[in-house]
Design a protein around this ligand. Structure first.
Ligand code: NAD
Ligand code: DAU
Length: 352
């Protein structure tokens, strides 16, 4: 039997590296190609444990460069694509929207074109799986949940670029018959997340006894999911999801930022042997993020009832494991916070 070739984009990033690891370990019968540009967010140090696996290859390439994408498709006859590569940080999108259009929109369309051309006349058994975000739905008030049928209403350049890419995926399904599936997931946390995002940034700052910059009044709500549970969901949807469908993925786990930050401070005080309440003193309210969405919360009942997926890790377990991972992997943290990171940090937060 011919081996299946699967392309995973963005596999050196946070979620992508967990997806690559799961797929490489679980499916020895697949040839997995990880395409990643290795931007500031991509790190092959996330994948040292599987780097030499016989069913795995890494290719450094830019999805926004059509020539590079087409060359890769000429080299490999891909049966499926799991597309995670993206610019992913909202604050960076406010500073530089065009880089988000380039990667998230143009990059996605380049991949769609390559699939359409390579699979022309033989779409059976092929699949383009696009990983998206709940941010495309905009913001919720204090009630309600995002459903798969919720109208798109993006508020940041990041979410607008993701919404645009989601629309292109659906349009290629309608126009060219491209077999596709889309998932929209809530906030992920866990090992190997770049410390620009709330949880790893605050773990790092608590450790270093630096200010914890809380945007606005800190009463913004997010729905948190452990990254390995997201990777499990991606595996499930890739293999069992129905073509043309969207599935929302969430943690059934809403937290106001300030409550989450206090919880994290408590866990860190305990792990670092500091007196209770020590780290909370680092909390510093700062200027709000422009266009800041007040609340995200996912109704993940469709993926639960139709595909039998639900989170397996509680927030308490996941957060404790995450904190432990960052404390045990100070080399990883040191590597990613050298160089460009310091410049970004000073520009975003000043040199507090
Ligand atoms: P990340 O920023 O950690 O990783 C993105 C990866 O994409 C990096 O390895 C980077 O090098 C690569 N990349 C960036 N531009 C590229 C380009 N032009 N060509 C090739 N590779 C490129 O992101 P993440 O948090 O792991 O998110 C992965 C995907 O999941 C994104 O599509 C994001 O929108 C989506 N998502 C993220 C979350 C979350 O909470 N992090 C939640 C829902 C959905
Ligand atoms: O909802 C899914 C999205 O979650 C993903 O699509 C994005 O890729 C991912 O970055 C994440 O977006 P958020 O903007 O929700 O995540 P972030 O970690 O940047 O912020 C979480 C909350 O914490 C948000 O309300 C802003 C706030 N915050 C964040 C930072 C970095 C602060 O108060 N201070 C900070 O320094």
């Amino acid at each position: 039997m011919m081996k299946k070739h699967i392309l995973i984009t963005g596999g050196a990033g946070f979620i992508g590296s967990h997806v690559v690891r799961l797929m490489v370990n679980r499916y020895p019968e697949y040839e997995i190609v990880n395409l990643d540009l290795l931007t500031y967010a991509g790190n092959l140090g996330n994948l040292t444990d599987i780097a030499n696996a016989p069913n795995y290859q890494f290719v450094r390439a830019d999805i926004a460069d059509a020539v590079q994408v087409n060359e890769l498709f000429d080299r490999f006859a891909f049966d499926g694509v799991i597309h995670l590569a993206a610019e992913s940080h909202v604050d960076r999108s406010i500073e530089d929207p065009l880089s988000f259009v380039r990667t998230n929109v143009i990059g996605t369309v380049n991949l769609l074109n390559a699939c359409r051309d390579q699979w022309a006349g033989q779409m059976e058994g092929k699949r383009f799986y696009h990983i998206s975000t709940d941010e495309v739905y905009g913001t919720l008030g204090s009630e309600g949940l995002f459903m798969e049928t919720t109208a798109y209403d993006p508020n940041s350049p990041y979410s607008a670029s993701k919404a645009s890419s989601d629309h292109f995926v659906r349009a290629y399904g309608e126009t060219y018959g491209l077999p596709h599936v889309v998932t929209n997931c809530s906030n992920n946390y866990g090992p190997q997340q770049f410390p620009e995002k709330l949880i790893p940034l605050f773990i790092h700052n608590i450790k270093e006894e630096k200010a914890l910059p809380v945007y606005g009044d800190g009463m913004y709500t997010r729905d948190w999911l452990y990254v390995i549970d997201h990777a499990r969901a991606i595996d499930k949807v890739y293999h069992e999801g129905l073509n043309g469908e969207t599935y929302n993925i969430g943690g059934f786990n809403e937290w106001k930022n300030i409550d989450l930050i206090r919880l994290l401070c408590g866990i860190m005080d305990e792990k670092l042997g500091r007196v209770t309440g020590h780290s909370e003193k680092l909390i510093t309210y700062v200027k709000d993020r422009p266009g800041h969405d007040r609340r995200y919360a996912i109704d993940a009942s469709k993926i639960k009832s139709e595909l039998g997926w639900e989170p397996s890790v509680t927030f308490e377990e996941g957060l404790a494991e995450t904190v432990e991972w960052y404390l045990e992997n100070s080399e990883w943290l040191k590597n990613v916070t050298s160089g460009e990171y310091q410049q970004y940090y000073d520009q975003m937060y000043g040199s507090r």
